[in-house]
Write a protein that binds this ligand. Structure first.
Ligand code: ADP
Ligand code: ZN
Ligand code: ZN
Length: 740
């Protein structure tokens, strides 16, 4: 018997399974981790194949496996197939794909389950009490364990100090046995009441279509349901159905830490059958949850991105909630998109992939229209609740009318009224942490790159404007090229500024601020959210954190402080992200019995992303955005990629990018002649040209025809291997979430 083993080495040079002989007496199985000799070293690896033949190698030269690491397979056969798919699809090595599937504690090491000492009575109680008559503490312990069950000593310690010593003494007399017991580290989950609802007619339609597919061999679905249409309820019904059929389910949520509520609902409804997996858990907790899933104790998994690899058996359903969220794209290696993995994994096991959102990704909706996904829609909120009323506020008008405040007159008035009525408000400002852009305060003009459809980025150092896509540069104009005004300035208000101004203007109103700074400490987020939920804080000011999936029934007012911020991020997705953000924040208002209103402050009131978000009209936005993508050649019409060369030496990073870029160009040129493949290749300094003293250069590639993808990927990887040196790292990124 021979085993194909992927060794846990991430280098591309060893990116293939190696053959080892399985010695007699060693029982091994697909997916098991083993120790193998590798050159002069001993490494761990994962068995990805077993066969009778040595595959053309001389049997006497094949080294034997040294032993197994665990006594059970870590990965199922289905996950091994998925790992190979990842390798081909994401351009990672098989070892990287395998690593991504294991809980953190097992990556590059082995994990020990947590154990505690426990004690059990092994004599009849009467006899035992008799034998320890003169030892009151022994008697006390015996009474505590008199039920004959296993008791953890660390818990007994609370009532009987020195319980361990007492138990040891009893063990000596043969009255008790002391042994170590595996215990589970249970992640903390807020308690919640299960709120089941009778499905509405729209929900029932979606549930019926999905249930049918569950019994008929699966499929991929896009659930486009407006905010507050009750998508969660659809997921829940379907999960219940899976469980009834003996199947398991995975529910991916964008950042579980942001929606502690979600985990709580699942625990409330499914009890211990639900496992929670996310990076805020300690590695030990993750490992224990993972083991519960692996051994079938937990059949429903709620988790962030990487939970898509949870070893659920007979998987029937993978839900991707808020599927438009960026956090589903992994930025490390392997660089995978959990949405694609979900669809592929469901396909492999004949289950359902269900992507849900009020604002689906352009690519997802396009796939649904093409028939690659089945489209299900929930066009209305539950119980006939109206969508919030959205008003666009033209901030240019405010300046002209002599109001320089960051609060427009109408937002301020609405704030006053809302607070007077005892209702709550959310103020949203999407200030992200990198250099701002320039905008004319009088006419709203923002300089854009003549070659790319993106705003130029303001660079303070030399007061110039750069294009982060093609490298175009110009000096920052001192007068607005559109209207001649002097007030063309870099923009920059953030959450702190909003908080400061709010506190000055509403000094008696308690408010909280929710952003990366205030929630850096582990439990701070939960604390802030629950203080808002209890109504102690009346106003919540925050970044996109406030836009995500929260359900606060008493929030009736949402103010978007500056809608343009996300619009001018130099990225081809900035229109889409703006629309999504605005629609999602607007969706936080009026979710309870009370109707909601939203004010969107902007310098570009006529922009289609803002207009259509205000109308909460996804379809109209989609159509217009798709046209723009076609015109400017962006996905789904092209595939942008890049190879990032990083090095502490600037000339070497540049040389690698330029050399590689030239060779890639030549290769593409030949391919182009052969198969009419259209591409664009450019080597240049990366937009963020230096991070932590590491220089960054890039080769930007845009593939116009998808059919050359596999070969192009292979060629790019081969070039990466060729140009990688001790001082230059190369990394291939396929439509990454950011091109900075
Ligand atoms: P979405 O995720 O689509 O924005 P949610 O799933 O958060 O919406 O549901 C919005 C609210 O509607 C929640 O408070 C939920 O409890 C409630 N809800 C969902 N389905 C029903 C129903 N069939 N009847 C009554 N209320 C419902
Ligand atoms: Zn102007
Ligand atoms: Zn450009």
């Amino acid at each position: 018997m021979y085993a194909q083993v992927v060794v846990d080495v991430l280098s591309r040079q060893v990116d293939k399974p190696f053959t080892y002989a399985v010695p007699d007496g060693l029982s091994t199985a697909l997916g098991m981790r083993v120790r193998v000799p590798f050159g002069k070293r001993e490494l761990t690896g994962l068995v990805v194949g077993l066969c009778e033949e040595a595959g053309g190698l001389e049997p006497e030269k094949i080294k034997p496996l040294l032993g197994a690491v665990e006594d059970f397979p870590l990965l199922t056969e289905e996950l091994i197939v998925l790992a190979r798919w990842l390798q081909g699809h994401c351009g990672c090595t098989l070892a990287q794909a395998v690593r991504a599937m294991l809980p953190a504690q097992l990556r590059g090491g082995s994990a020990k389950p947590l154990t505690r000492l426990a004690v059990r009575l092994c004599q009849p109680l009467e006899q035992a009490l008799q034998a320890s008559k003169r030892a009151p503490r022994q008697q006390q312990l015996l009474r505590s364990v008199s039920d004959g069950r296993v008791h953890r000593l660390d818990l007994l310690e609370e009532e009987i100090p020195g319980a361990l010593a007492v138990a040891r003494a009893l063990e000596k007399k043969g009255i008790c046995e002391v042994f170590s017991l595996e215990v589970r580290r249970a992640p903390f989950v807020d308690l919640a009441l299960d709120q089941s609802h009778l499905p509405t007619a729209e929900q029932a339609n979606a549930i019926a279509a999905l249930s049918k597919a569950l019994d008929d061999g699966g499929g991929s679905f896009l659930l486009a349901g407006v905010t507050g249409s009750g998508k969660t309820e659809v997921y829940m019904h379907l999960i219940r159905r899976c469980l009834n059929r003996g199947k398991g389910a995975i529910v991916l949520v964008p950042e579980i830490a942001l929606t502690p509520q979600m985990a709580a609902w699942f625990r409330a409804r499914f009890g211990d059958t639900a496992a929670i997996l996310h990076s805020a858990l300690s590695k030990g907790e993750q490992f224990d949850e993972w083991r519960r899933i692996r051994f079938g104790e937990a059949r429903v998994v709620v988790g962030a991105r990487s939970a898509v690899f949870a070893p659920v058996q007979s998987l029937g359903l993978v839900v991707v909630d808020e599927e438009h969220e960026q956090s589903y794209q992994s930025e490390g290696q392997p660089q995978y998109d959990a949405r694609d993995v979900a669809v592929e994994r469901a396909r492999l096991c004949g289950g359902i992939a269900l992507l849900g959102s009020a604002t689906p990704q352009i690519q997802s909706y396009e796939k649904a229209l093409r028939g690659a996904y089945t489209l299900l829609e929930l066009p209305h909120r539950v119980q006939g609740r109206p969508m919030a009323q959205v008003e666009i506020v033209d901030m240019r008008r405010e300046i002209l009318d002599g109001n320089p405040s960051i609060f427009s007159r109408s937002l301020r008035r609405a704030l006053e009224e809302t607070l007077q009525k005892g209702e709550q408000a959310v103020l949203f400002i999407n200030r992200r942490g990198y250099a701002g852009f320039v905008k004319c305060r009088a006419c709203g003009y923002t300089p854009k790159c003549p070659h790319c459809d993106v705003a130029l980025t303001y660079h303070l150092v030399d007061n110039s404007l750069h294009c982060h896509y093609c490298g175009y540069r110009q000096a920052t104009p001192s007068l607005c090229p559109a209207c001649g005004s002097r007030y063309i300035k870099p923009m920059g208000i953030g959450t702190q500024k909003v908080e400061q101004v709010f506190c000055q203007e509403f000094p008696t109103v308690p408010c909280i601020r929710l952003d990366a700074d205030t929630t850096a400490r582990k439990d701070e987020l939960v604390r802030l959210l629950s203080s808002f939920r209890r109504g102690e804080a009346k106003v919540m000011i925050g970044t996109q954190m406030v836009a995500k999936g929260h359900d606060f029934p008493n929030v009736t007012l949402v103010g978007v402080m500056m809608a343009d911020l996300s619009l001018n991020v130099p990225d081809y997705r900035s229109e889409e992200r703006t629309f999504q953000l605005l629609t999602q924040v607007a969706g936080r208002a009026g979710r309870g019995e009370l109707p909601g209103q939203v004010f969107v402050q902007t310098y570009e009131p006529d922009h289609y992303a803002i207009q259509m978000a205000a109308r909460q009209d996804y379809r109209a936005f989609f159509e217009q955005e798709l046209k723009r993508r076609k015109r400017t050649l962006y996905p789904p019409y092209t595939l942008p990629m890049r190879i990032l060369a990083t090095s502490p030496s600037e000339p070497e990073a540049r040389a690698a990018a330029e050399g590689l870029g030239q060779q890639l160009k030549d290769w593409f040129y030949e391919e182009k002649q052969r198969r009419k493949l259209l591409v664009q290749v450019r080597a240049m300094e990366a937009p963020l040209s230096k991070i932590r003293d590491v220089y960054r250069y890039q080769v930007y590639v845009k593939l116009y025809a998808a059919d050359g993808y596999a070969e192009a990927l292979e060629q790019m990887q081969a070039l990466c291997r060729e140009y990688e040196t001790a001082k230059v790292s190369l990394r291939l990124e396929i439509d990454p979430p950011s091109f900075l």
